[in-house]
Design a protein around this ligand. Structure first.
Ligand code: ADP
Ligand code: MG
Ligand code: MG
Length: 882
């Protein structure tokens, strides 16, 4: 195996399988070779491959003999191109040793510069450069870096010695130290190394080189690197490459410099060069903050009102050359580039290029600009933008320039920012909202009874609960910012007091939430509104052209439905009906229905609900104007509608017109140990068919009364057997016939089911004989397949993810291997029975790009996501199809 590949000086080793191969050469190495190959000025060097790293660990951290010869060949290449020689006191070659994994990875070894200096070569460098100060400065930098990153000695001691040297002379800046001062400092450094390391600083340049190469490979298994890999899902067997490259010097006086730049503005995406540079500096001085860097362009300097000349003004010739390189790089790599460069005595050298990190806003603008300029295709533009990043753009954001008084932070449960008065219960939230006040609802945790308050609130803050808690899921669905699980909150709802970080806030005090970061702030922080036109609109048009699956929304109010349509939803994939029952004007009738002793009593209560429910559907159908609407009949167990707290019993009993004892007894009867698997879903419809009958009637009455009627898709929840669906379909069909007879009009409709039990997935062929559509309810399907209840999972799931048992939270991103198999089986079996069966997904996963890619693969017809995720789903569905 060849482990060393040379670049620069007109040489580029390797065939087409090696060129640009980041897996083999690492990102840095591949692009150094790439830049050199297109004729850009790159100091010559060589890359030791990632395969060597893997082999190094496989062989008990040793190098095979063949590699020594290959590295020697690499050094000879650099010597030949530069005309200098490694370790030669007369004309010494210095190199940098740089790590470079496939992806940029903080946690890896830092770069060692100026390697090849020793007591003899430093003199040679002084003579050959004609600048002893520069030579001794390079030597002291080298010892300091080598001691830090290769020998891993305490760098504090070296920094202290530098400070002492400056103080002794009464200097302020490093640059004030003279050659003699630096020479003395080198002596001090060497003593420090010997004292701490027990051996003298290595004088043999080959020992120096192998020490640094070994340190790069060693750093692959450092704790820092391992932690970073785990957090970013980077496999441990990728390994890192090592780049050895001739030094060029930005610290050779006033005509030398070093800098970093982006070919476009990474914050806004504006097509203008962006960067910083420092005269007479080396390496990472620019980012280290020792001196304040200067602007790259005149425009940026003027905009900032800064004095020190920009590179464009101070070094116009080199700047023009740099600008030319920027253009070549963008055309070659067809993306915005993040660049490191050095100027040595007015000669420009390129030291690194890579695709630059950018904000969501910049990603969008750059993709659209590049496609419009013909640099990339529109499909590529669609593929360039991370769908999840759109989330940042679809919600109001905090003005980044406004001051913030951060109190604490919790989980970023639902994105967006909002300010409002603190309230501690849903009713107060609603009351304040009716008076035109903005409120933030603060709860220990939320439950279905809080829905109206969550709707009325601008934002929701909870002390308990994870990213998939009730508060988080509902808030995301409504597009309300939410911070959940802010553990340091002490909420005294009775006293209407909130304590955070030693501060006490009361009802009516203003709070600001940033649901995108989880920050909780005192007072109001101004926000910026999202822009859904312009680049966003353009990219969405391209995405829609590329996708196969339809995108629907989960919505149950006309407002949600309208939001969903504004975001481009092509229908409603899940209209949950239970939330309608919690409405203050109906909950009493719902409770009367639950408390009724017989069917007659239930029907009397249901009759009161019918007109209300009809109004719900009419309003939603009107907004959806003929687009498909999937309505799920009542799903949750009935006890959810009854009071839980002693204090509420009397009030509820009185409103419902029953005795407190009757209410308490019924509540006790309905208590369930595991409500997730209890008396819910179609099990309610089987025992109380009149409930579903009322709901179906409301749907048909609403649809018949409209000119532009949708084709209602009536969905029966929690079906496990064909017979259940058959019975429920009979109830629906009967209601339909009754309404059609009354109205003298027929409309089309479908009856189908949610697939949320493993049995249903396995028996899908049979179930499809009755149901004409399946909607995968992946929240419950995940719970029932994994045997994990979502509400209890927060306590242990993070450990599961940390330990790699699940790659990601299976309630956030579909467990493709397990749950996905059931979906695949159900889809295949369903189609076998009924080739035109409609297949969709309506769980939280319908808005998760990885899960959406899976849905494309198994051939679903649509995904349904919460309204604010609709654009994300549109983009992800397009990416999955392209
Ligand atoms: P990182 O991955 O942390 O950016 P690099 O390997 O890019 O580390 O090195 C950091 C900096 O060191 C570079 O930006 C560059 O300024 C400097 N550097 C690296 N190699 C050389 C070299 N051969 N000549 C001059 N400076 C170099
Ligand atoms: Mg670095
Ligand atoms: Mg770099």
């Amino acid at each position: 195996t060849q482990y060393v590949f040379r670049f620069g000086g007109g040489v580029s080793d390797g065939d087409e399988t090696v060129r640009g191969n980041k897996n083999l050469l690492g990102g840095k190495g591949a692009n150094l070779d790439g830049m050199a190959s297109i004729g850009l000025p790159v100091p010559p060097g060589f890359t030791i491959t990632t395969e060597m790293c893997t082999a190094y660990y496989a062989n008990g951290q040793t190098f095979p003999e063949s590699v020594r010869a290959e590295v020697a060949g690499g050094i000879a290449h650099i010597e030949q191109v530069t005309g200098k020689s490694f370790g030669d006191p007369a004309n010494p070659l210095l190199v940098s040793v740089r790590s470079g994994a496939r992806v940029s990875m903080p946690g890896m070894m830092d770069t060692v510069l100026n390697l090849g200096l020793n007591d003899a070569t430093v003199e040679g460098l002084a003579t050959s450069s004609g600048d002893p100060r520069f030579a001794w400065d390079s030597y002291r930098r080298f010892i300091q870096m080598y001691a830090d990153v290769v020998l891993e000695l305490d760098h504090g001691a070296f920094e202290e010695a530098l400070e002492v040297a400056k103080e002794d002379q009464g200097y302020y800046l490093d640059t004030e130290l003279s050659a003699d001062d630096l020479k003395a400092l080198v002596a001090t450094y060497k003593k420090l190394v010997e004292a701490e390391w027990g051996k003298p600083f290595p004088q043999d340049v080959h020992d120096q080189l192998w020490g640094a190469v070994g340190a790069v490979f060693g750093s692959w298994e450092s704790d820092r690197a391992k932690v970073y890999r785990r957090l970013n899902n980077i496999p441990g067997d990728w390994g890192t490459a090592v780049n050895v490259q001739a030094m060029v010097f930005g610290n050779m006086g006033e005509t030398s410099a070093t800098g970093v730049a982006f070919t476009r503005d990474p914050a806004t995406g504006e097509n203008a060069y962006y960067g910083e540079y420092l005269i007479n500096a080396q390496g990472e001085d620019v980012v280290a903050g020792i001196r304040t860097p200067q602007y790259l362009t005149k425009a940026a300097r003027e905009r900032a009102g800064a004095k020190p000349l920009s590179m464009e003004e101070a070094m116009p010739g080199v700047y023009a050359e740099l600008a030319r390189v920027f253009e070549i790089l963008e055309t070659h790599y067809r993306d915005m580039q993040d660049i490191e460069f050095t100027v040595e005595r007015e000669k420009l050298w390129m030291l690194q290029t890579r695709s630059g990190k950018r904000t969501a806003k910049a990603a969008l603008k750059i993709a659209v600009d590049m496609a419009e300029a013909g640099l990339i295709s529109t499909d590529e533009a669609v593929l360039r933008v991370d769908p999840m990043a759109l989330d940042q753009l679809l919600h109001p954001t905090l003005d980044p320039n406004a001051p913030r008084d951060v109190l604490t932070s919790g989980l970023p449960a639902s994105p967006g920012a909002a300010s409002g008065k603190i309230v501690f219960d849903a009713d107060t939230a609603e009351r304040f909202n009716d008076m035109g006040e903005s409120v933030i609802l603060v709860r220990i945790e939320t439950s279905p009874e809080d829905i109206h308050g969550m709707h009325a609130a601008k934002g929701i803050l909870t002390a308990r609960g994870g990213m998939t808690s009730h508060a988080a899921v509902v808030a995301r669905g409504m597009g309300r910012p939410c911070v959940s699980g802010a553990g340091s909150l002490q909420i005294d709802a009775a006293a209407r007091v909130l304590r955070i970080a030693g501060r006490t806030l009361t009802e009516g005090d203003i709070l600001t939430l940033d649901g995108s970061t989880g920050e909780v702030m005192a007072g109001e922080v101004p926000t910026l509104q999202p822009e859904l036109v312009g680049d966003f609109g353009t990219l969405m048009v391209w995405a829609d052209a590329g996708r196969r699956m339809k995108v629907r929304a989960n919505a149950e109010t006309p407002l949600d439905a309208q939001t969903a349509r504004d975001f481009g939803a092509e229908g409603i994939g899940l209209c949950r009906t239970e939330h309608m029952f919690f409405d203050a004007s109906r909950i009493t009738a719902v409770r009367q229905m639950i408390l009724a002793e017989d069917e007659k009593g239930r029907r009397a209560a249901l009759d009161k609900l019918l007109p209300e429910q009809r109004k719900d559907f009419t309003a939603i159908f009107e907004v959806m104007a003929g687009l498909p609407v999937t309505i799920r009949l009542l799903d949750p167990p009935l006890h959810e509608f009854l009071p839980h707290q002693e204090s509420e019993f009397a009030e509820v009993a009185e409103a419902a017109g029953v005795g407190v004892e009757v209410l308490k007894q019924r509540a006790a009867e309905l208590h369930e140990f595991n409500p997730m698997l209890g008396h819910r879903g179609c099990r309610l419809g089987v025992t109380y068919p009149e409930i579903y009958e009322m709901q179906a009637r409301a749907i048909f009455e609403a649809a018949c009364a409209l000119d532009v009627a949708p084709v209602p898709e009536i969905m029966i929840p929690l079906v496990g057997t064909k017979r259940e669906l058959e019975l429920m379909k009979e109830v629906v069909d009967k209601a339909a016939e009754a309404v059609f007879a009354e109205q003298g009009k027929r409309i089309e409709y479908l009856v189908g089911t949610m697939i949320e039990l493993p049995r249903a997935a396995l028996m899908a062929d049979e179930i499809a004989e009755v149901g004409s559509f399946f909607s995968f309810g992946t929240n419950d399907l995940t719970q029932t397949t994994l045997g994990v209840s979502r509400d209890d999972a927060a306590r242990f799931l993070t450990h599961y993810v940390d330990k790699g048992i699940y790659a990601r939270d299976p309630f956030v991103s579909l467990d493709v291997e397990g749950v996905g198999q059931l979906i695949d089986i159900a889809a295949t079996k369903g189609k076998a029975t009924r080739p035109d069966i409609k297949l969709g997904i309506c769980g939280e996963h319908g808005g998760d790009p990885a899960s959406i890619a899976f849905c494309e693969k198994v051939g679903l017809d649509y995904v349904s996501a919460s309204p604010y995720r609709v654009p994300i789903a549109r983009l992800a569905a397009a990416q999955a199809a392209l």
